[in-house]
Design a protein around this ligand. Structure first.
Ligand SMILES: [Zn+2]
Length: 264
């Protein structure tokens, strides 16, 4: 299985925060922008906030979710009728949009493997079937779009080969876990736990630097929430993480000093 990185863009034109009631299908896209990586796209959507978006960008290094799968993204025009005919809903309201990054320095085989794997993963996660519930953007908007087939074809992959590859991966999950036992998917990469409200200001500086959410003690769910846990104030006793980074101290000033020292 591959690791899924969640680095969500801020709310704005690209990310309304509106909830998806039920995920009914998946729309496959490519970025149409050769050489632009998953993180190039994340930064573009975060900063420029165009009123178009997609949930996930995949290149040869990252499977990068930039919009939570519980929220809507704007990846197929609402006035196109085909999604309603096929699935009884507009793609933006009921589908996950997945973008393949390709071209330039991006290794196609590595990106393609991740793209296939992620589609199979989504099918498992939302109880969908690869042959039935994955649709190309081109199919929904043939006048304007040719993705992702235009990109796949360039590397000798047809749409039916792609769907078959997803199906194979989907059926393969006895051998290679698609969804990890520990629901790896729901474990954050990094999180910050503060001791109390006085630690919040300095925790915010750290949060901006390492791009991690801040939890208060009261709101912290417990168990393994994150791989790396930054403790900004208070005890580290009983906390579960692969790595606990202790930035606590005697009082709020010592905590601030520890954080500043860490930030360098
Ligand atoms: Zn598209």
């Amino acid at each position: 299985m591959y690791h899924i990185t969640k680095d969500y863009i801020r709310k704005g034109n690209s990310r309304s925060g509106q909830r998806i009631n039920k995920v009914r299908f998946i729309v496959s896209h490519d970025t149409g922008n050769p050489g632009s990586t998953a993180y190039n796209n994340q930064r573009y959507f975060n900063n420029s906030q165009p009123s178009a978006s997609a949930h996930t960008f995949i290149d040869d290094k990252y499977i990068l979710e930039i919009i939570p799968l519980t929220e809507k993204a704007w990846h197929v025009q609402y006035n196109k009728p085909r999604d309603n005919q096929l699935f009884g809903a507009d793609a933006n309201d009921a589908a996950i949009g997945v973008e393949l990054c390709h071209g330039g320095k991006i290794n196609f085989n590595e990106a393609y493997k991740r793209y296939v794997w992620y589609h199979a993963y989504l099918c498992k996660k939302f109880n969908l079937q690869p042959q039935k519930h994955i649709v190309a953007h081109k199919t929904l908007d043939p006048q304007r779009r040719s993705d992702p087939e235009s990109a796949l074809n360039r590397y000798g992959v047809t749409w039916s080969k792609f769907i078959n590859d997803v199906e194979k991966e989907f059926n393969n999950d006895g051998k290679k876990e698609l969804i990890g036992k520990k629901e790896e998917d729901d474990v954050l990469d990094k999180a910050i736990l503060i001791g109390g409200f006085p630690d919040f200001a300095v925790a915010e500086v750290l949060a901006a630097r390492i791009k991690a959410p801040i939890y208060t003690r009261a709101a912290y769910p417990g168990g393994k929430v994150t791989k790396e846990l930054y403790v900004v104030g208070g005890s580290t006793a009983g906390l579960q993480a692969d790595k606990v980074i202790n930035l606590s101290g005697e009082d709020r000033f010592a905590v601030a000093e520890a954080v500043n020292k860490f930030l360098g």
